[in-house]
Design a binder for this molecule. Sequence first.
Ligand code: AP5
Ligand code: MG
Length: 191
Amino acid sequence: MINIVLFGAPGCGKGTQAQRLKEHYGIDHVSTGEVIRDEIRRGTELGRSMEQYIKEGKLAPDAIVIGMIANYVAAHKDAKGCIFDGFPRTTVQAEEFDRILEKEGLKVDIMVDLHVPEEELVKRLLLRGKDSGRADDASEEVIRERLAVYHRQTAVVADYYTAQQKYAAVNGVGTMDEVFDRIAAVIDGLK
Ligand code: AP5
Ligand code: MG
């Protein structure tokens, strides 16, 4: 089983590339952002408790997101592999993730960190915001807050995987095919 953490700032292309990687390698894809948006759409109690965080561009509480991933891993432990998109996003999440995987005899194989300059990220998200319907794409103010949260709380998670020698930075600028080829080269290099 191969477990890939797809990492990077909002708008760097995690969802786009996860979709392609999923098809190419026949592995699963889980996005904590999508799980949360789905809970909100369905109007569940969990969803209602998350709405405000998303709208403001803040992170959801660690305990809730960790619980989601623990459930996911328990239900998919026999998968060929998985792309974790948008998780872990804090050091606490990264530490708990290792424990959750370890319990099943699993591990993270690589973190792929997509690098894209800030202004390009804002441009992409404003463009998507025109028709995505995502509450957190609605204004430049919220987009800038998401980026600030990324720098404040999330960027440091790269150090966690660097210390484990599981870190690969990939240039996320270029066509979607170009970025895909760069990520695939990293993954194929693991085998
Ligand atoms: P999440 O859903 O993870 O959103 P995000 O990290 O803000 O990232 P996005 O989904 O906006 O961007 P992406 O990197 O997937 O890029 P995409 O492929 O869409 O999280 C949302 C919220 O949920 C968080 O703010 C938080 O509140 C909560 N949350 C989630 N996980 C959490 C966690 N672990 N802990 C706590 N809270 C959590 O691409 C973006 C756009 O660019 C698209 O329009 C795309 O078409 C375009 N694009 C993609 N690639 C290219 C390219 N190469 N060139 C030009 N355009 C491109
Ligand atoms: Mg996404």
